[in-house]
Design a protein around this ligand. Structure first.
Ligand code: UT7
Length: 329
């Protein structure tokens, strides 16, 4: 049962909620400007879930698109992993809600919490089951509705985040194709740089936590920024080293879409031309776990990858967490 075999992405999909929040819209709520947001982050607009629209709704449509692209039915799925920090409920897992709605009758399902690195963690975890031969088809979804945990009056965070979902179906491929190498990291010592103080077992929700707005994201933007620039470089080099490749071998980069200045720093270190990098943060902001899979899906659908291309996915996020995946497309 436990052999080692190649694992690749058989199909991708994504879904964005309809409502668009522009920088101009935000100017009416907080003390900010379109010019400041564009120049400091690169973001022009972001999406927001409708009232009653949930993370599992976003997952459902992204998953459907990915399964159509992979040409598989829900009954064929062995496992569903949803990477999210904004689950529909604390429990049951959003992955279980998705399993039921998809009708993925034989699939196991669980959520994974690694914030913006969630999809990279999901790829790493999901691929192990296929590599060992235990499972054949694994659905990995990165989805977040961060607008539900962002304080609309906090200009430090409300300008940055958006909602969305991206998905892929993993399956066995020839050795040497698909995932070439994986790298994951964490540093819980930096957990207080980006977190939601209340609503968990440490500080259950009360009138007081609501009054203090402790159910909203707290972020030390500058500290996260410095960490991000350092770790994007480190994680990129680690995964290349593991595959016995160098930065000259990269054909395409799909980075976590947090801030254009963070992406530009990574691109500079990797000495990549701009047309070999996929950027959509101008349209969607930072969608946390959805950021990389939505960008990946858009790049695939835009025909940006050629067969055999070496594609690097790299991200970082709350935890702190970080990680990278190197793929042969
Ligand atoms: O997935 C991980 C998620 N998080 C991140 O990736 C966040 C990474 N960090 C960042 O992207 C940046 O640190 C921010 C975009 C959050 C902030 O940009 P910055 O260039 O680091 O700005 P700053 O915090 O150093 O603030 C510069 C100035 C300050 O004014 P003073 O003190 O110089 O007068 C801020 O008060 O800009 C002010 N400022 C704003 N002005 C207009 C901060 N936020 C805003 C705003 N609009 N939204």
């Amino acid at each position: 049962m436990f052999s080692t075999r190649g694992v690749g992405i058989l199909g991708t999909g994504s879904y964005l909620p309809e409502e668009i929040i522009t920088n101009k819209n935000l100017e009416k709520i907080i003390d900010t400007s379109d010019e400041w947001i564009r120049s400091r982050t690169g973001i022009k607009e972001r999406r927001k879930v409708a009232s009653g629209e949930t993370t599992s709704d976003l997952c459902f449509y992204a998953a459907k698109h990915a399964m159509t692209a992979a040409e598989i039915s829900p009954e064929e799925l062995d496992l569903i992993i949803v990477a999210t920090v904004t689950p529909d409920m604390i429990f049951p897992a959003t992955a279980c809600l998705l399993q039921d709605r998809l009708g993925a009758k034989k699939a196991a399902a669980f959520d994974l919490s690694a914030a913006c690195t969630g999809f990279i963690y999901g790829l790493a975890v999901g691929s192990q089951f296929i590599s060992t031969g235990m499972y054949d088809k694994v659905l990995v979804v990165g989805a977040d509705a961060l607008s539900t945990v962002v304080n609309p009056e906090d200009r430090n965070t409300s300008i940055l985040f958006g909602d969305g979902a991206g998905a892929c179906v993993l399956g066995p491929v020839e050795t040497g194709q698909g995932i070439l190498s994986l790298y994951l990291g964490s540093d819980g010592g930096g957990g207080d740089l980006l977190y939601v103080p209340a609503g968990g077992s440490r500080k259950p929700a009360t009138k007081e936590t609501l009054a203090q707005k402790e159910h909203y994201i707290r972020m030390s933007g500058n500290e996260v920024f410095k960490f991000a620039v350092r770790i994007m470089d480190d994680a990129s080099m680690k995964v290349l080293d593991q595959a016995g490749l160098s930065k000259d071998d990269i054909d395409f980069l799909v980075p976590h879409q947090a801030n254009i200045r963070i992406v530009e720093a990574a691109v500079k270190r990797l000495e990549l031309p701009k047309d070999q990098v996929y950027i959509n943060l101008d349209k969607y902001g930072n969608m946390s776990g959805a950021s990389i899979p939505v960008a990946l899906d858009e790049a695939v659908r835009a025909g940006r990858f050629n067969k055999g291309d070496v594609v690097l996915l790299v991200g970082f996020g709350a935890g702190l967490t970080w990680g990278s995946t190197l793929l042969r497309w």
